[in-house]
Design a protein around this ligand. Structure first.
Ligand code: NAD
Length: 548
Protein backbone atom coordinates (compact mmCIF):
# COMPACT_ATOMS: atom_id res chain seq x y z
CA UNK A 1 0.00 0.00 0.00
CA UNK A 2 1.48 3.42 -0.90
CA UNK A 3 1.87 5.64 2.15
CA UNK A 4 -0.48 8.29 0.75
CA UNK A 5 -4.17 7.51 0.84
CA UNK A 6 -6.62 9.61 -1.18
CA UNK A 7 -9.82 9.98 0.81
CA UNK A 8 -13.01 11.50 -0.57
CA UNK A 9 -15.23 12.65 2.29
CA UNK A 10 -18.85 13.35 1.34
CA UNK A 11 -20.30 15.18 4.32
CA UNK A 12 -22.37 18.37 4.65
CA UNK A 13 -22.03 19.19 8.35
CA UNK A 14 -19.02 21.55 8.78
CA UNK A 15 -18.38 20.43 12.37
CA UNK A 16 -18.28 16.76 11.37
CA UNK A 17 -16.15 17.60 8.33
CA UNK A 18 -13.47 19.15 10.50
CA UNK A 19 -13.71 16.41 13.12
CA UNK A 20 -13.23 13.63 10.57
CA UNK A 21 -10.49 15.45 8.72
CA UNK A 22 -8.63 16.03 11.99
CA UNK A 23 -9.03 12.43 13.11
CA UNK A 24 -7.64 11.22 9.79
CA UNK A 25 -4.74 13.64 9.75
CA UNK A 26 -3.76 12.75 13.30
CA UNK A 27 -3.54 9.03 12.35
CA UNK A 28 0.09 7.91 12.52
CA UNK A 29 0.17 4.91 10.21
CA UNK A 30 -1.13 6.37 6.97
CA UNK A 31 -0.80 9.70 5.27
CA UNK A 32 -4.33 10.77 4.34
CA UNK A 33 -5.03 13.32 1.62
CA UNK A 34 -8.63 14.41 2.17
CA UNK A 35 -10.93 16.04 -0.39
CA UNK A 36 -14.39 17.11 0.77
CA UNK A 37 -17.74 17.40 -0.99
CA UNK A 38 -20.98 18.54 0.62
CA UNK A 39 -23.36 16.83 -1.79
CA UNK A 40 -23.49 13.54 -3.70
CA UNK A 41 -23.32 15.24 -7.12
CA UNK A 42 -20.25 17.25 -6.05
CA UNK A 43 -18.62 14.16 -4.61
CA UNK A 44 -19.15 12.18 -7.81
CA UNK A 45 -17.80 15.07 -9.88
CA UNK A 46 -14.66 15.19 -7.72
CA UNK A 47 -14.31 11.40 -8.05
CA UNK A 48 -14.57 11.66 -11.83
CA UNK A 49 -11.91 14.34 -11.89
CA UNK A 50 -9.62 12.14 -9.85
CA UNK A 51 -10.56 8.77 -8.29
CA UNK A 52 -10.07 8.23 -4.56
CA UNK A 53 -8.71 5.17 -2.70
CA UNK A 54 -11.61 5.19 -0.27
CA UNK A 55 -14.87 7.10 0.16
CA UNK A 56 -16.23 8.18 3.54
CA UNK A 57 -19.92 8.78 3.08
CA UNK A 58 -22.54 10.46 5.21
CA UNK A 59 -26.01 9.19 4.32
CA UNK A 60 -28.06 12.34 5.04
CA UNK A 61 -27.02 14.93 2.45
CA UNK A 62 -28.82 17.90 0.89
CA UNK A 63 -29.39 16.08 -2.43
CA UNK A 64 -29.90 12.52 -1.17
CA UNK A 65 -31.00 10.72 1.99
CA UNK A 66 -30.59 7.31 3.64
CA UNK A 67 -29.74 4.07 1.86
CA UNK A 68 -30.40 5.70 -1.54
CA UNK A 69 -27.26 7.80 -0.98
CA UNK A 70 -25.16 4.68 -0.64
CA UNK A 71 -26.63 3.06 -3.75
CA UNK A 72 -26.13 6.19 -5.86
CA UNK A 73 -22.49 6.51 -4.88
CA UNK A 74 -21.72 2.78 -5.05
CA UNK A 75 -23.15 2.52 -8.57
CA UNK A 76 -20.67 5.14 -9.82
CA UNK A 77 -17.48 4.39 -7.90
CA UNK A 78 -17.27 0.58 -7.71
CA UNK A 79 -14.91 -1.13 -6.82
CA UNK A 80 -13.63 1.75 -4.65
CA UNK A 81 -14.45 0.86 -1.01
CA UNK A 82 -17.07 2.93 0.82
CA UNK A 83 -17.12 3.40 4.59
CA UNK A 84 -20.40 4.82 5.86
CA UNK A 85 -20.12 7.52 8.53
CA UNK A 86 -23.47 8.41 9.89
CA UNK A 87 -25.37 9.90 12.77
CA UNK A 88 -27.95 7.12 12.43
CA UNK A 89 -27.34 4.31 14.89
CA UNK A 90 -29.66 2.01 12.97
CA UNK A 91 -28.80 -1.70 13.04
CA UNK A 92 -31.11 -2.61 10.16
CA UNK A 93 -29.60 0.06 7.94
CA UNK A 94 -26.09 -1.01 8.94
CA UNK A 95 -26.80 -4.65 8.08
CA UNK A 96 -28.36 -3.67 4.76
CA UNK A 97 -25.37 -1.49 3.92
CA UNK A 98 -22.65 -4.06 4.61
CA UNK A 99 -24.69 -6.79 2.94
CA UNK A 100 -24.87 -4.57 -0.14
CA UNK A 101 -21.14 -3.99 -0.21
CA UNK A 102 -20.29 -1.13 2.21
CA UNK A 103 -17.00 -1.91 3.95
CA UNK A 104 -18.02 -0.55 7.32
CA UNK A 105 -20.75 1.40 9.07
CA UNK A 106 -19.45 3.84 11.67
CA UNK A 107 -21.67 5.90 13.94
CA UNK A 108 -20.28 9.43 14.34
CA UNK A 109 -21.06 9.73 18.04
CA UNK A 110 -18.84 6.67 18.70
CA UNK A 111 -16.01 7.73 16.40
CA UNK A 112 -12.39 8.12 17.45
CA UNK A 113 -9.13 8.35 15.52
CA UNK A 114 -8.11 4.75 16.07
CA UNK A 115 -11.47 3.34 14.97
CA UNK A 116 -11.60 5.51 11.87
CA UNK A 117 -8.07 4.88 10.69
CA UNK A 118 -8.38 1.12 11.30
CA UNK A 119 -11.66 1.01 9.42
CA UNK A 120 -10.13 2.84 6.44
CA UNK A 121 -7.01 0.65 6.52
CA UNK A 122 -9.06 -2.57 6.59
CA UNK A 123 -11.31 -1.29 3.79
CA UNK A 124 -8.23 -0.60 1.65
CA UNK A 125 -6.69 -3.98 2.38
CA UNK A 126 -9.90 -5.79 1.46
CA UNK A 127 -10.24 -3.86 -1.79
CA UNK A 128 -6.64 -4.56 -2.66
CA UNK A 129 -6.89 -8.30 -1.92
CA UNK A 130 -10.09 -8.63 -3.93
CA UNK A 131 -8.58 -6.93 -6.94
CA UNK A 132 -5.84 -9.55 -7.16
CA UNK A 133 -5.87 -13.36 -7.02
CA UNK A 134 -8.81 -13.28 -4.61
CA UNK A 135 -11.08 -11.63 -7.15
CA UNK A 136 -14.15 -13.85 -7.38
CA UNK A 137 -17.93 -13.40 -7.25
CA UNK A 138 -18.08 -16.32 -4.82
CA UNK A 139 -15.71 -14.68 -2.38
CA UNK A 140 -17.73 -11.49 -2.66
CA UNK A 141 -20.82 -13.48 -1.75
CA UNK A 142 -19.06 -15.20 1.17
CA UNK A 143 -17.76 -11.82 2.39
CA UNK A 144 -21.14 -10.11 2.13
CA UNK A 145 -22.83 -12.94 4.04
CA UNK A 146 -20.13 -12.91 6.71
CA UNK A 147 -20.11 -9.12 7.11
CA UNK A 148 -23.89 -9.13 7.48
CA UNK A 149 -23.66 -11.71 10.30
CA UNK A 150 -20.71 -9.84 11.87
CA UNK A 151 -22.68 -6.59 11.85
CA UNK A 152 -25.69 -8.23 13.50
CA UNK A 153 -23.43 -9.80 16.14
CA UNK A 154 -21.42 -6.62 16.66
CA UNK A 155 -18.29 -8.71 16.11
CA UNK A 156 -14.98 -7.16 17.14
CA UNK A 157 -13.45 -5.47 14.06
CA UNK A 158 -10.05 -7.19 14.38
CA UNK A 159 -11.75 -10.59 14.42
CA UNK A 160 -13.87 -9.48 11.48
CA UNK A 161 -10.80 -8.64 9.41
CA UNK A 162 -8.99 -11.82 10.50
CA UNK A 163 -11.91 -14.07 9.56
CA UNK A 164 -12.46 -12.42 6.18
CA UNK A 165 -9.26 -13.91 4.78
CA UNK A 166 -7.64 -17.31 5.27
CA UNK A 167 -4.91 -17.99 7.79
CA UNK A 168 -2.97 -19.95 5.18
CA UNK A 169 -3.23 -20.33 1.44
CA UNK A 170 -0.97 -22.20 -0.87
CA UNK A 171 -0.90 -21.58 -4.61
CA UNK A 172 1.01 -24.09 -6.71
CA UNK A 173 1.63 -24.70 -10.37
CA UNK A 174 1.93 -28.33 -11.28
CA UNK A 175 2.89 -30.14 -14.44
CA UNK A 176 1.47 -33.50 -15.45
CA UNK A 177 2.02 -35.73 -18.46
CA UNK A 178 -0.76 -36.32 -20.96
CA UNK A 179 -1.19 -39.84 -22.35
CA UNK A 180 0.77 -38.71 -25.38
CA UNK A 181 4.04 -38.99 -23.40
CA UNK A 182 5.73 -35.96 -24.95
CA UNK A 183 2.91 -33.62 -23.98
CA UNK A 184 3.02 -31.91 -20.59
CA UNK A 185 0.38 -29.56 -19.17
CA UNK A 186 0.98 -27.09 -16.36
CA UNK A 187 -2.04 -26.09 -14.30
CA UNK A 188 -2.75 -24.05 -11.16
CA UNK A 189 -3.62 -25.73 -7.87
CA UNK A 190 -4.72 -24.32 -4.50
CA UNK A 191 -5.10 -25.36 -0.87
CA UNK A 192 -6.60 -22.79 1.46
CA UNK A 193 -6.92 -23.21 5.23
CA UNK A 194 -9.26 -20.59 6.58
CA UNK A 195 -9.20 -21.09 10.36
CA UNK A 196 -6.58 -23.15 12.23
CA UNK A 197 -8.09 -22.50 15.66
CA UNK A 198 -10.62 -25.29 16.00
CA UNK A 199 -8.54 -28.40 15.25
CA UNK A 200 -7.27 -29.76 11.94
CA UNK A 201 -8.77 -28.12 8.88
CA UNK A 202 -11.19 -29.99 6.64
CA UNK A 203 -12.54 -29.47 3.16
CA UNK A 204 -12.95 -30.88 -0.31
CA UNK A 205 -10.82 -30.74 -3.42
CA UNK A 206 -12.46 -29.40 -6.53
CA UNK A 207 -11.38 -30.00 -10.14
CA UNK A 208 -13.07 -27.39 -12.32
CA UNK A 209 -12.04 -25.03 -15.12
CA UNK A 210 -13.11 -21.93 -13.13
CA UNK A 211 -11.31 -22.66 -9.83
CA UNK A 212 -9.27 -19.73 -8.51
CA UNK A 213 -7.92 -18.58 -5.18
CA UNK A 214 -10.99 -16.44 -4.44
CA UNK A 215 -13.41 -19.29 -5.08
CA UNK A 216 -11.40 -21.78 -3.02
CA UNK A 217 -11.18 -19.20 -0.22
CA UNK A 218 -14.95 -18.66 -0.21
CA UNK A 219 -15.49 -22.42 -0.04
CA UNK A 220 -12.96 -22.73 2.81
CA UNK A 221 -14.77 -19.97 4.73
CA UNK A 222 -18.09 -21.74 4.33
CA UNK A 223 -16.45 -24.95 5.59
CA UNK A 224 -15.37 -23.12 8.75
CA UNK A 225 -18.91 -21.95 9.49
CA UNK A 226 -20.38 -25.34 8.53
CA UNK A 227 -18.05 -27.32 10.82
CA UNK A 228 -18.69 -24.86 13.65
CA UNK A 229 -22.45 -25.00 13.11
CA UNK A 230 -22.31 -28.82 13.28
CA UNK A 231 -20.01 -28.68 16.34
CA UNK A 232 -17.30 -30.66 14.49
CA UNK A 233 -13.72 -30.19 15.76
CA UNK A 234 -12.41 -28.77 12.47
CA UNK A 235 -11.60 -25.45 10.86
CA UNK A 236 -12.49 -24.91 7.20
CA UNK A 237 -10.25 -25.63 4.23
CA UNK A 238 -10.69 -26.21 0.51
CA UNK A 239 -8.50 -27.15 -2.40
CA UNK A 240 -8.77 -27.13 -6.13
CA UNK A 241 -7.09 -27.52 -9.47
CA UNK A 242 -8.04 -25.33 -12.44
CA UNK A 243 -8.58 -28.02 -15.04
CA UNK A 244 -11.38 -29.63 -17.06
CA UNK A 245 -11.54 -33.14 -15.54
CA UNK A 246 -13.88 -34.43 -18.25
CA UNK A 247 -11.16 -33.86 -20.87
CA UNK A 248 -8.67 -36.08 -19.02
CA UNK A 249 -8.27 -39.84 -19.13
CA UNK A 250 -8.19 -41.91 -15.94
CA UNK A 251 -4.40 -42.15 -16.14
CA UNK A 252 -4.06 -38.40 -16.65
CA UNK A 253 -6.32 -37.76 -13.66
CA UNK A 254 -4.22 -40.10 -11.58
CA UNK A 255 -0.93 -38.36 -12.51
CA UNK A 256 -2.48 -34.93 -11.92
CA UNK A 257 -3.85 -35.99 -8.51
CA UNK A 258 -0.55 -37.50 -7.38
CA UNK A 259 1.40 -34.41 -8.40
CA UNK A 260 -1.14 -32.06 -6.75
CA UNK A 261 -0.92 -34.13 -3.55
CA UNK A 262 2.85 -34.00 -3.49
CA UNK A 263 2.81 -30.21 -4.06
CA UNK A 264 0.60 -29.66 -1.00
CA UNK A 265 1.97 -32.55 1.09
CA UNK A 266 3.58 -30.29 3.70
CA UNK A 267 0.30 -28.66 4.68
CA UNK A 268 -1.97 -31.75 4.77
CA UNK A 269 -2.04 -34.66 7.24
CA UNK A 270 -4.44 -36.38 9.66
CA UNK A 271 -3.73 -33.79 12.38
CA UNK A 272 -3.23 -30.86 10.00
CA UNK A 273 -5.66 -30.72 7.11
CA UNK A 274 -7.81 -33.52 5.73
CA UNK A 275 -9.04 -33.30 2.11
CA UNK A 276 -12.24 -34.90 0.79
CA UNK A 277 -14.04 -35.08 -2.58
CA UNK A 278 -15.95 -32.14 -4.08
CA UNK A 279 -17.02 -31.08 -7.55
CA UNK A 280 -15.13 -33.07 -10.20
CA UNK A 281 -13.42 -35.45 -7.74
CA UNK A 282 -14.57 -38.69 -6.14
CA UNK A 283 -13.50 -41.62 -3.97
CA UNK A 284 -10.97 -42.75 -6.55
CA UNK A 285 -9.30 -39.30 -6.35
CA UNK A 286 -9.12 -39.72 -2.56
CA UNK A 287 -7.60 -43.20 -2.93
CA UNK A 288 -4.80 -41.73 -5.11
CA UNK A 289 -4.25 -38.88 -2.66
CA UNK A 290 -4.05 -41.31 0.26
CA UNK A 291 -1.64 -43.56 -1.64
CA UNK A 292 0.65 -40.67 -2.60
CA UNK A 293 0.76 -39.38 0.98
CA UNK A 294 1.30 -42.91 2.38
CA UNK A 295 4.17 -43.57 -0.04
CA UNK A 296 5.94 -40.48 1.31
CA UNK A 297 5.21 -41.40 4.95
CA UNK A 298 6.42 -44.99 4.44
CA UNK A 299 3.26 -46.54 5.86
CA UNK A 300 -0.48 -46.44 5.16
CA UNK A 301 -2.14 -43.25 6.42
CA UNK A 302 -5.85 -43.68 5.66
CA UNK A 303 -6.88 -40.77 7.93
CA UNK A 304 -5.18 -38.19 5.68
CA UNK A 305 -8.32 -38.04 3.50
CA UNK A 306 -12.00 -38.82 3.90
CA UNK A 307 -14.47 -39.86 1.25
CA UNK A 308 -12.14 -42.71 0.26
CA UNK A 309 -13.41 -46.17 -0.78
CA UNK A 310 -14.69 -48.38 2.08
CA UNK A 311 -12.05 -50.98 1.23
CA UNK A 312 -9.34 -48.42 2.14
CA UNK A 313 -10.97 -47.40 5.44
CA UNK A 314 -13.69 -45.17 4.05
CA UNK A 315 -16.90 -44.89 6.02
CA UNK A 316 -20.03 -46.67 5.01
CA UNK A 317 -22.50 -44.10 3.80
CA UNK A 318 -19.92 -41.32 3.03
CA UNK A 319 -20.51 -41.34 -0.72
CA UNK A 320 -24.24 -40.87 -0.23
CA UNK A 321 -23.94 -38.65 2.87
CA UNK A 322 -24.36 -35.18 1.36
CA UNK A 323 -27.44 -36.13 -0.65
CA UNK A 324 -28.83 -38.08 2.28
CA UNK A 325 -28.23 -35.12 4.60
CA UNK A 326 -30.05 -32.76 2.20
CA UNK A 327 -33.06 -35.08 2.45
CA UNK A 328 -32.85 -35.39 6.27
CA UNK A 329 -33.02 -31.59 6.47
CA UNK A 330 -35.91 -31.47 3.98
CA UNK A 331 -37.74 -34.05 6.14
CA UNK A 332 -37.33 -31.81 9.20
CA UNK A 333 -38.61 -28.77 7.32
CA UNK A 334 -41.53 -30.82 5.99
CA UNK A 335 -42.37 -32.03 9.51
CA UNK A 336 -42.38 -28.44 10.75
CA UNK A 337 -44.78 -27.48 7.95
CA UNK A 338 -47.03 -30.49 8.48
CA UNK A 339 -46.33 -31.77 4.95
CA UNK A 340 -46.77 -35.36 3.82
CA UNK A 341 -43.78 -35.88 1.58
CA UNK A 342 -45.52 -38.49 -0.56
CA UNK A 343 -47.85 -35.72 -1.75
CA UNK A 344 -45.01 -33.41 -2.75
CA UNK A 345 -42.86 -32.81 -5.83
CA UNK A 346 -39.19 -31.92 -6.23
CA UNK A 347 -36.75 -30.68 -8.87
CA UNK A 348 -33.02 -31.38 -8.59
CA UNK A 349 -30.40 -29.37 -10.47
CA UNK A 350 -27.11 -31.28 -10.91
CA UNK A 351 -27.09 -35.05 -11.16
CA UNK A 352 -23.66 -35.76 -9.70
CA UNK A 353 -22.84 -37.16 -6.30
CA UNK A 354 -25.04 -34.83 -4.27
CA UNK A 355 -27.93 -34.40 -6.71
CA UNK A 356 -28.34 -38.04 -7.74
CA UNK A 357 -28.37 -39.26 -4.12
CA UNK A 358 -30.73 -36.48 -3.02
CA UNK A 359 -33.09 -37.42 -5.88
CA UNK A 360 -32.91 -41.12 -4.96
CA UNK A 361 -33.73 -40.57 -1.26
CA UNK A 362 -36.52 -38.12 -2.07
CA UNK A 363 -37.94 -40.72 -4.44
CA UNK A 364 -37.70 -43.38 -1.71
CA UNK A 365 -39.78 -41.15 0.58
CA UNK A 366 -42.48 -40.95 -2.09
CA UNK A 367 -41.63 -37.45 -3.33
CA UNK A 368 -42.30 -37.17 -7.08
CA UNK A 369 -39.05 -35.95 -8.67
CA UNK A 370 -40.38 -34.17 -11.76
CA UNK A 371 -37.15 -32.61 -13.02
CA UNK A 372 -33.42 -33.26 -12.95
CA UNK A 373 -30.47 -31.79 -14.85
CA UNK A 374 -26.73 -31.79 -15.35
CA UNK A 375 -24.38 -29.54 -17.35
CA UNK A 376 -25.84 -30.90 -20.61
CA UNK A 377 -29.38 -29.72 -19.73
CA UNK A 378 -32.50 -30.95 -17.96
CA UNK A 379 -35.33 -33.45 -18.14
CA UNK A 380 -38.94 -32.80 -17.13
CA UNK A 381 -41.46 -35.58 -16.52
CA UNK A 382 -44.69 -34.60 -14.76
CA UNK A 383 -45.32 -38.23 -13.80
CA UNK A 384 -41.94 -38.43 -12.08
CA UNK A 385 -38.54 -39.17 -13.63
CA UNK A 386 -37.77 -42.92 -13.64
CA UNK A 387 -34.52 -42.68 -11.65
CA UNK A 388 -33.57 -46.32 -12.11
CA UNK A 389 -33.68 -45.98 -15.88
CA UNK A 390 -31.90 -42.65 -15.67
CA UNK A 391 -29.12 -44.10 -13.51
CA UNK A 392 -28.61 -46.91 -16.02
CA UNK A 393 -28.34 -44.30 -18.79
CA UNK A 394 -25.85 -42.17 -16.80
CA UNK A 395 -23.77 -45.26 -15.97
CA UNK A 396 -23.47 -45.96 -19.69
CA UNK A 397 -23.18 -42.46 -21.21
CA UNK A 398 -21.78 -40.45 -18.29
CA UNK A 399 -24.34 -37.63 -18.59
CA UNK A 400 -28.09 -37.06 -19.08
CA UNK A 401 -27.50 -36.32 -22.76
CA UNK A 402 -29.55 -38.55 -25.05
CA UNK A 403 -31.95 -39.79 -22.34
CA UNK A 404 -35.12 -40.55 -24.24
CA UNK A 405 -37.93 -40.23 -21.67
CA UNK A 406 -39.56 -36.92 -20.61
CA UNK A 407 -39.14 -33.46 -22.14
CA UNK A 408 -35.75 -31.79 -22.52
CA UNK A 409 -35.31 -28.29 -21.11
CA UNK A 410 -32.51 -25.89 -20.20
CA UNK A 411 -31.13 -25.46 -16.69
CA UNK A 412 -32.67 -21.99 -16.55
CA UNK A 413 -36.11 -23.45 -17.38
CA UNK A 414 -35.63 -26.29 -14.90
CA UNK A 415 -35.10 -23.90 -11.99
CA UNK A 416 -38.42 -22.22 -12.76
CA UNK A 417 -40.48 -25.45 -12.81
CA UNK A 418 -43.45 -25.66 -10.46
CA UNK A 419 -42.59 -27.93 -7.52
CA UNK A 420 -42.62 -27.98 -3.71
CA UNK A 421 -38.87 -28.46 -3.18
CA UNK A 422 -36.07 -27.19 -5.41
CA UNK A 423 -32.64 -28.71 -4.77
CA UNK A 424 -29.80 -26.82 -6.47
CA UNK A 425 -26.98 -29.39 -6.32
CA UNK A 426 -24.67 -28.32 -9.14
CA UNK A 427 -22.57 -25.15 -8.99
CA UNK A 428 -22.70 -21.70 -7.38
CA UNK A 429 -24.68 -18.61 -8.38
CA UNK A 430 -27.68 -20.33 -9.97
CA UNK A 431 -30.48 -18.44 -8.19
CA UNK A 432 -29.90 -14.74 -8.76
CA UNK A 433 -31.84 -11.47 -8.89
CA UNK A 434 -32.83 -12.31 -12.48
CA UNK A 435 -34.65 -15.60 -11.75
CA UNK A 436 -35.51 -15.49 -8.01
CA UNK A 437 -38.80 -13.75 -8.82
CA UNK A 438 -39.78 -16.61 -11.15
CA UNK A 439 -39.14 -19.62 -8.92
CA UNK A 440 -42.29 -21.66 -8.29
CA UNK A 441 -41.28 -23.70 -5.26
CA UNK A 442 -41.93 -23.40 -1.53
CA UNK A 443 -38.58 -24.66 -0.26
CA UNK A 444 -35.06 -24.36 -1.66
CA UNK A 445 -32.68 -26.95 -0.17
CA UNK A 446 -29.13 -26.01 -1.09
CA UNK A 447 -27.14 -29.13 -1.94
CA UNK A 448 -24.53 -27.02 -3.75
CA UNK A 449 -22.34 -24.45 -2.05
CA UNK A 450 -23.31 -20.84 -2.72
CA UNK A 451 -26.09 -21.42 -5.28
CA UNK A 452 -28.07 -18.32 -4.18
CA UNK A 453 -26.90 -14.69 -4.41
CA UNK A 454 -27.60 -12.22 -1.59
CA UNK A 455 -30.00 -10.27 -3.83
CA UNK A 456 -31.87 -13.49 -4.61
CA UNK A 457 -31.99 -14.34 -0.90
CA UNK A 458 -33.81 -11.07 -0.23
CA UNK A 459 -36.29 -11.69 -3.07
CA UNK A 460 -37.01 -15.25 -1.90
CA UNK A 461 -37.54 -14.11 1.71
CA UNK A 462 -39.94 -11.43 0.49
CA UNK A 463 -41.83 -14.03 -1.55
CA UNK A 464 -42.14 -16.35 1.46
CA UNK A 465 -39.90 -19.04 -0.07
CA UNK A 466 -37.78 -20.70 2.63
CA UNK A 467 -34.12 -21.40 1.86
CA UNK A 468 -32.51 -24.28 3.75
CA UNK A 469 -28.98 -22.87 3.52
CA UNK A 470 -25.94 -24.77 2.25
CA UNK A 471 -24.22 -24.52 5.64
CA UNK A 472 -26.92 -26.75 7.05
CA UNK A 473 -28.48 -28.57 4.08
CA UNK A 474 -25.25 -29.98 2.64
CA UNK A 475 -23.45 -30.49 5.96
CA UNK A 476 -24.09 -34.25 5.76
CA UNK A 477 -20.92 -34.70 3.69
CA UNK A 478 -18.50 -33.17 6.18
CA UNK A 479 -20.33 -34.75 9.10
CA UNK A 480 -19.86 -38.27 7.75
CA UNK A 481 -16.30 -37.28 6.80
CA UNK A 482 -15.84 -36.55 10.50
CA UNK A 483 -17.32 -39.98 11.30
CA UNK A 484 -14.84 -41.51 8.84
CA UNK A 485 -11.91 -39.72 10.46
CA UNK A 486 -13.04 -40.83 13.93
CA UNK A 487 -13.44 -44.44 12.77
CA UNK A 488 -9.97 -44.29 11.18
CA UNK A 489 -8.31 -42.94 14.31
CA UNK A 490 -10.03 -45.58 16.44
CA UNK A 491 -9.48 -48.40 13.91
CA UNK A 492 -13.14 -49.26 14.07
CA UNK A 493 -15.99 -49.55 11.59
CA UNK A 494 -19.57 -48.42 12.11
CA UNK A 495 -22.52 -50.05 10.37
CA UNK A 496 -24.50 -48.16 7.73
CA UNK A 497 -27.42 -47.70 10.10
CA UNK A 498 -25.12 -46.38 12.87
CA UNK A 499 -23.72 -43.82 10.41
CA UNK A 500 -27.14 -42.78 9.16
CA UNK A 501 -28.77 -42.53 12.56
CA UNK A 502 -25.92 -40.45 13.98
CA UNK A 503 -26.06 -38.22 10.90
CA UNK A 504 -29.80 -37.79 11.18
CA UNK A 505 -29.53 -36.92 14.88
CA UNK A 506 -26.81 -34.28 14.34
CA UNK A 507 -28.62 -32.68 11.40
CA UNK A 508 -31.96 -32.63 13.22
CA UNK A 509 -30.34 -31.01 16.21
CA UNK A 510 -28.56 -28.42 14.04
CA UNK A 511 -31.79 -27.71 12.14
CA UNK A 512 -33.65 -27.03 15.40
CA UNK A 513 -30.87 -24.78 16.69
CA UNK A 514 -30.88 -22.78 13.44
CA UNK A 515 -34.67 -22.40 13.42
CA UNK A 516 -34.64 -21.29 17.08
CA UNK A 517 -31.86 -18.78 16.40
CA UNK A 518 -33.70 -17.41 13.36
CA UNK A 519 -36.89 -16.93 15.40
CA UNK A 520 -35.03 -15.34 18.29
CA UNK A 521 -33.17 -12.83 16.09
CA UNK A 522 -35.89 -12.46 13.42
CA UNK A 523 -33.45 -13.31 10.65
CA UNK A 524 -33.55 -15.83 7.80
CA UNK A 525 -32.17 -19.35 8.25
CA UNK A 526 -28.94 -18.58 6.38
CA UNK A 527 -28.10 -15.65 8.62
CA UNK A 528 -29.03 -17.68 11.71
CA UNK A 529 -26.77 -20.57 10.63
CA UNK A 530 -23.92 -18.15 9.85
CA UNK A 531 -24.24 -16.39 13.19
CA UNK A 532 -24.15 -19.74 15.01
CA UNK A 533 -20.99 -20.75 13.13
CA UNK A 534 -19.20 -17.39 13.38
CA UNK A 535 -20.05 -17.05 17.06
CA UNK A 536 -18.52 -20.43 17.93
CA UNK A 537 -15.30 -19.64 16.03
CA UNK A 538 -15.09 -16.13 17.53
CA UNK A 539 -15.51 -17.51 21.06
CA UNK A 540 -12.85 -20.16 20.43
CA UNK A 541 -10.42 -17.54 19.10
CA UNK A 542 -10.97 -15.33 22.13
CA UNK A 543 -10.51 -18.28 24.51
CA UNK A 544 -7.22 -19.28 22.88
CA UNK A 545 -6.02 -15.69 23.17
CA UNK A 546 -3.43 -13.91 21.07
CA UNK A 547 0.04 -15.33 20.46
CA UNK A 548 2.55 -14.09 21.56
P1 NAD B 1 -20.22 -33.75 -9.01
O1 NAD B 1 -19.07 -33.37 -9.85
O2 NAD B 1 -20.36 -35.16 -8.57
O3 NAD B 1 -21.59 -33.35 -9.75
C1 NAD B 1 -21.87 -32.07 -10.23
C2 NAD B 1 -23.10 -32.16 -11.13
O4 NAD B 1 -23.48 -30.84 -11.51
C3 NAD B 1 -22.85 -32.92 -12.41
O5 NAD B 1 -24.03 -33.64 -12.74
C4 NAD B 1 -22.64 -31.82 -13.44
O6 NAD B 1 -22.96 -32.21 -14.77
C5 NAD B 1 -23.61 -30.80 -12.94
N1 NAD B 1 -23.33 -29.43 -13.40
C6 NAD B 1 -22.12 -28.82 -13.52
N2 NAD B 1 -22.30 -27.56 -13.97
C7 NAD B 1 -23.64 -27.39 -14.11
C8 NAD B 1 -24.45 -26.31 -14.55
N3 NAD B 1 -23.92 -25.14 -14.90
N4 NAD B 1 -25.80 -26.48 -14.57
C9 NAD B 1 -26.35 -27.67 -14.20
N5 NAD B 1 -25.63 -28.72 -13.79
C10 NAD B 1 -24.29 -28.58 -13.76
O7 NAD B 1 -20.18 -32.75 -7.75
P2 NAD B 1 -20.85 -32.94 -6.34
O8 NAD B 1 -19.86 -33.54 -5.42
O9 NAD B 1 -22.19 -33.55 -6.51
O10 NAD B 1 -21.00 -31.41 -5.89
C11 NAD B 1 -22.10 -30.61 -6.31
C12 NAD B 1 -22.19 -29.39 -5.41
O11 NAD B 1 -22.37 -29.83 -4.05
C13 NAD B 1 -20.98 -28.48 -5.38
O12 NAD B 1 -21.40 -27.15 -5.18
C14 NAD B 1 -20.22 -28.96 -4.15
O13 NAD B 1 -19.38 -27.94 -3.61
C15 NAD B 1 -21.37 -29.25 -3.22
N6 NAD B 1 -21.04 -30.17 -2.13
C16 NAD B 1 -20.56 -31.43 -2.38
C17 NAD B 1 -20.29 -32.28 -1.32
C18 NAD B 1 -19.82 -33.69 -1.53
O14 NAD B 1 -19.73 -34.43 -0.53
N7 NAD B 1 -19.57 -34.13 -2.73
C19 NAD B 1 -20.49 -31.85 0.00
C20 NAD B 1 -21.01 -30.56 0.22
C21 NAD B 1 -21.28 -29.74 -0.87
Amino acid sequence: MSDRVEVLLIEDNPVHMRLIENLLKRGLELNFEVRIAERVDQGLALFEEKPADVILLDLMLPDSEGFETFLKVKGRVEPTPIVILTGLDDMQLAVRAVESGAQDYLVKSQLNGELLSRSVRYALERARARAGEWKSPMLRLAHQQFLKAAQLMNLDDNLRQRLLFPQRSQVVTLPFRRDDYGQVETVFGYRVQHVLTMGPTKGGVRYHHDVNLGEVTALAMWMTWKCALMHLPFGGAKGGVRVRPDTLSRQELQRLTRRYTSEIIDVIGPDKDIPAPDLGTNEQTMAWMMDTYSEQAGHAVPTVVTGKPVVLGGSRGRKEATGRGVVFVIEEAARQRGWRLDERTAVVQGYGNVGSHAARYLDELGVRVVGVSDHTGGIFDSTGVDLEKLDAHVAEVGTLEGYAQGDRLTNAELLELKCDVLVPAAVENQITASNAGKLQCELVAEGANGPTSTEADDILTERGITVLPDLLANAGGVTVSYFEWVQGIQNTMWTMSEVNERLRALLQEAYRRVVAQSEELSVDLRTAALIAGVDRVARAKLMRGLYP
